[in-house]
Design a protein around this ligand. Structure first.
Ligand code: MG
Ligand code: ZN
Length: 351
């Protein structure tokens, strides 16, 4: 009996040793702001080639309500993903009683992960802000910009230059970022980034143009650049990529904008999937904070045509799909609360 127990312990030790030598898990979290199932449906019907969503087999759904509203906003939605705790609409990673909630990005930085954030809006906007900032209202852009300078984020790309350079307090946080060692750019994405440097892109005064207004391939290009940069550093990483304007198209009830933004996001998923194929120690999770527009994809003018219909210019409470692939992706099946995205990531990352 003693021998059997000894052997059992030895085997456990051996398997633990081999497990702990495994490469740490990289995380790519893609958030299609305002992207419900109808928005995803447009990338099935309006794309010339098969949608990248069709490559996923681990699929789940999240419930997205906040502590203050059945219908969440993007701030409470991203707070749930970033911290694993629900809060009120407009909260940026603070609790309902305004207590700072540590984020997954901050916890991973402490474990020597490289971190990155990519958005189309100002980098101080609710979705990206929730990963590095803590304020009681999403409109506190100047405070959020200051907190970015102290965040240690290794790579960011987005807009919002004005919140760093044309501030009420007269400070220049673009310069501060440079002084802190960031290679900053306000015109274009850098080429050939060095793995041991930090990079900040603030590519428009307030926000990037919509895809229909000539944005080009900024989102897939920035994602590819960030992934190459992380890969060359040889450290594990956490990257959040936001398809920000799927939401804005819903608010504007703009069908063409919706389709173009969704297709751009789909293309960006393709970049992440290519990375996954070559780097199996990576987990890709794609979801949204909420649906926007109460969209239906229905019968168009002719029998063979589809039209996009909007039932509101606001967010809705619809269940939101979660697509996952890579290491640990099977954990994301089922129907659960939005905060579980964080807790499932925390399990996989041993946080
Ligand atoms: Mg957003
Ligand atoms: Zn919105």
């Amino acid at each position: 009996m003693k021998n059997t127990i000894f052997l059992f312990c030895l085997l456990n030790l051996l398997s633990f040793a081999s497990f702990s030598q495994e490469k740490p898990t990289n995380v790519i979290l893609m958030i299609g702001d305002g992207m419900g199932l109808p928005q995803i449906t447009t990338s099935i019907y309006f794309k010339d080639s098969p949608s990248n969503f069709e490559q996923f087999t681990d699929i789940g759904f999240i419930k997205t309500s906040s502590t203050s509203h059945k219908v969440t906003d993007s701030a409470a939605g991203a707070t749930a993903f970033a911290t694993g705790q629900k809060s009120y609409n407009r909260a940026i990673s603070v609790s309902p009683d305004s207590v700072r909630l540590e984020t997954i990005l901050e916890k991973l930085e402490a474990k020597n992960y490289k971190t990155g954030l990519i958005s189309l809006t100002t980098i101080t906007h609710a979705t990206p802000a929730c990963f590095y900032a803590h304020v009681t209202d999403r409109d506190m852009h100047e405070e959020i910009a200051e907190q970015l300078t102290n965040s240690g984020v290794d790579f960011f790309a987005g807009a919002g230059l004005d919140y760093f350079t044309k501030r009420k307090d007269g400070k220049d946080f673009y310069k501060t970022l440079e002084e802190k060692g960031y290679s900053m750019d306000s015109v274009k994405l850098v080429t050939n980034p060095y793995p041991d440097k930090k990079y900040g892109h603030l590519l428009a005064a307030t926000e990037m143009p919509a895809k229909t207004k000539g944005r080009g391939d900024y989102l897939p290009d920035a994602t590819e650049l960030a992934l190459n940069y992380f890969k060359s550093s040889n450290e594990p990483f956490f990257l959040m990529v936001e398809g920000s304007y799927i939401d804005w198209a819903g608010h504007a009830n703009d069908a063409e904008m919706l389709i173009q933004e969704e297709l751009d996001f789909d293309k960006t998923i393709g970049v992440a999937l290519n990375f996954l194929k070559e780097n199996p120690n990576t987990l890709l999770v794609i979801t949204a904070d909420h649906e926007t527009g109460g969209v239906a994809v229905g019968k168009g003018k002719s029998a063979d045509e589809l039209s996009i219909y909007f039932t509101t210019d606001q967010h809705t409470a619809e269940l939101i799909p979660v697509f996952s692939m890579g290491r640990g992706s099977e954990l994301f099946r089922g129907i659960y609360e939005n905060i579980e995205i964080y807790h499932k990531l925390a399990t996989i990352l041993k946080l």
